[in-house]
Design a protein around this ligand. Sequence first.
Ligand code: GDP
Ligand code: MG
Length: 296
Amino acid sequence: MKCGIVSLIGRPNVGKSSLINALLKTHALIISPKPQTTRNSVRCIWNDDNAQVIFTDTPGLYHVTNSRDKLGIFLNDAILDALDDTDCVLWLIDAGTRRLQPDDYSIAEILPKNRPVILVANKADKSDTSHAFRLYDNLHSFAAKIPVSAKTKRGIDTLMAAIMPHIPEGEAIYDPDILMDTTEKFMAGEIIREKVLMLLRDEVPHCVAVIIDEYKSPEEYPDRKKLYIRASLITETEGQKRIVIGANGSMIKHIGEISRKAIEEVTGLDVYIDLWAKVIPGWRRNPAALRRLGYA
Ligand code: GDP
Ligand code: MG
């Protein structure tokens, strides 16, 4: 068994989130990201029978170039720590890069000297990578240079194959069985939260939390042949609750409908969603409530 940590670095907009999503489609699992609580935020855990690879995101480069303020300095240290703590670094660039930017020099400067760094040219579906590869070759000695497209999934398997030799022998850190469970449930909550935000952005921004009260896979409910999800939409006031419910329940019904379709798409299962609106007065200022809602 092999197990290791891979960290991703790159300018904003090069496709870090998209690459994580593409990796997720092949044998991978996400676990609950708790932003700002850990310095390395785990974004994706890739599993197969022989290996577990933990992908972490490093904080944004914006903070490196603005390191004069306190926050920047802290995050700058966090990047250095994160990079030091990994078995392999992926530097993600845009395949269509014509000229190097100050950011590129900043990244090159903080790359660990004693760890393999793979240069990953994303968006290879729309640009040839040879020019970008030549530019970046001047900045570092790379273990490999791989063109990928997070959009078309081209090169994703090649990338995994290039990463694998750098992953040390070791037992899996995360139990794949446990992960699958918490992950799907977490993902369902995130999807519902996203739909609430999309539909109610103007009326109740950030005042709605989602709790998954019950999550039963079809194996647990053979008679139903469906994934059963019961969730609560938590608001701070009765007024917000009325907005979430809508006239004659039209809004909460709509939220349930589009969430159901999205979760069906992700899980490939038939889904039944049961949504309830509840008030927890001032939940955003209440430590106990925050903990229960997964924010603490
Ligand atoms: P991040 O800021 O590095 O996390 O970048 P995102 O993953 O948010 O992607 C930034 C933009 O690039 C989005 O509009 C994506 O749709 C687009 N994008 C990401 N990967 C690809 C790709 O492989 N090909 C193309 N054509 N566009 C991509
Ligand atoms: Mg992103």
